[in-house]
Design a protein around this ligand. Structure first.
Ligand code: ARG
Length: 445
């Protein structure tokens, strides 16, 4: 039973939060006259010493003491005697563990928000370095319309901006102290929940003692935010894998971030993006795991809730590491502009521009669509691109076509004509980039 129920092998990671919570709780008990100042001093000194031991790696966690909370409390009693036994006054492990997890997640939210910011900055650096460069934009993984590389990269900056918003929002909502809910019903002792909350940097206290010990929404929100982040990273990783392939040849990843094959000497494998993509499985799984754990639980605390920690720790670690290494990867990749330019001039990606051009000359769009379709079919037969046709040849498809058509048939002409807000035109992207840079510069890491 001990072996089956013990959690200290994973929840030891909460020691810092557990000790911080206990210190604040003891000080409040003393201020309220529930324990003496001398007892409080002994408790806080004892906790300091225990924390130092844990940090030095000399503290012996004992699985028979179940969890981190009992281990620390037992060590305190061993160290300072009877005063240690008073620490748990007006407190239960149910509100204690909820407190610890909230404090822990608050720290990890801040850490992940910082990593997100670093990654956004790395994307912006690449977007700035490649400003003006054109690449194929895809739908259905078919070449669709020419876009700026910077525009493509800024799409990810937007995704990570929403992620940063979500994780910041999660932090704000979880920053309420549950301590004082005790086992589930509150306590008859004259505690001051607000003072403890303020000392621990919370914005307030939770409103309902039963909800306080039964609720894991904050962990679910954290896991959901992590899952969305990892899915975004996975989409970026997938593009990097594709772009690094011989078929695309759009980018070269730095050697330091690739591995070779043990049998094929020519191989340079994009293991890091592959692993990031692969790890989305566990991060999505962690969310589903905790949702499933919580879904059938009657109020209030049930031991099932001990299963909340491993998914939370794993998602926090996986997402933090994936974000950090993706930023590095981006700083060390090179775009192969020769290959990208070759790709962007093939595939009739300016067909829509030709249709728009005809519309500009008064042809109804549906008709223009047909005209361009016939021109493309002709090019396919001849094995050339729209821009390779002479003016006379183009005029065979529509007499309204004039010399100025060639400005829209080039990839740059096409991309840069899309100056609508949020579009890929150079001017629109320059503005978006400047606004993004300003927004990110204003953030403190
Ligand atoms: N180890 C437990 C957990 O992680 C702590 C709370 C235990 N409470 C209890 N009444 N057994 O949830």
């Amino acid at each position: 039973v001990e072996a089956f129920t013990a959690s200290v092998h994973f929840d030891a990671r909460l020691y810092r939060e557990d000790i911080a919570g206990s210190r604040a709780h003891a000080r409040m008990l003393a201020r309220q006259g529930i324990i003496s100042q001398a007892e409080c001093d002994a408790i806080t000194a004892g906790l300091d010493a225990i924390e130092a031991e844990i940090e030095a790696g000399t503290f012996q966690f004992r699985p028979e003491l179940e969890d981190v909370h009992m281990n620390i409390e037992a060590a305190l009693v061993e160290r300072i005697g009877d005063a240690g036994k008073k620490l748990h006054t007006a407190r239960s492990r149910n509100d204690q563990v909820a407190l610890d997890l909230r404090l822990y997640l608050r720290r990890r939210c801040d850490e992940i928000a910082g990593h997100l910011l670093d990654l956004q900055r790395a994307l912006v650096r690449q977007a700035e370095a490649n400003l003006g460069r054109i690449m194929p934009g895809y739908t259905h993984l078919q070449r669709a319309q020419p876009v700026l590389i910077s525009h493509h990269l800024l799409a990810y900056v937007e995704m990570f901006e929403r992620d940063r918003g979500r994780i910041t929002d999660c932090r704000r909502r979880l920053n309420q102290s549950p301590l004082g809910a005790a086992a589930l019903a509150g306590t008859g002792l004259p505690i001051d929940r607000h003072a403890v909350a303020a000392e621990l940097g919370f914005d307030g206290v939770t409103a309902n003692s039963m909800d306080s010990v039964a609720d894991r929404d904050f962990a679910l929100e954290f896991l959901a935010s992590c899952a969305i982040i990892q899915v975004h990273l996975s989409r970026l990783a997938e593009e990097l894998v594709l772009w690094a392939s011989t078929e695309f040849g759009f980018i070269e990843l730095a050697d330091a971030y690739c591995t070779g094959s043990s049998i094929m000497p020519q191989k340079k494998n994009p293991d890091i993006p592959e692993l990031i993509r692969g790890k989305s499985g566990r991060v999505i799984g962690n969310l589903v795991s905790l949702l499933t754990t919580v879904k059938g639980l009657p109020l209030t605390y049930n031991r099932d809730l001990q299963e909340d920690k491993e998914p939370v720790f794993d998602s926090a670690d996986t997402v933090a590491a994936s974000l950090a290494i993706t930023a590095e990867l981006l700083d060390h990749l090179r775009f192969n502009h020769k290959r990208i330019e070759a790709a962007v001039t093939a595939g009739f990606m300016t067909a829509t521009d030709l249709a728009d051009y005809l519309v500009g000359k008064g042809i109804p769009f549906r008709e223009a669509h047909g005209v361009v379709g016939r021109a493309v079919a002709h090019c396919l037969e001849r094995g050339c691109d729209l821009a390779d046709l002479s003016l006379a040849e183009l005029q065979r498809f529509s007499p309204v076509i004039e010399e100025d058509v060639f400005a829209v048939l080039t990839p740059a002409g096409s991309a840069n004509s899309r100056i609508s807000t949020g579009g890929t035109g150079l001017e629109a992207v320059r503005e978006a980039l400047a606004a993004t840079r300003q927004r990110l510069d204003a953030c403190t890491r």
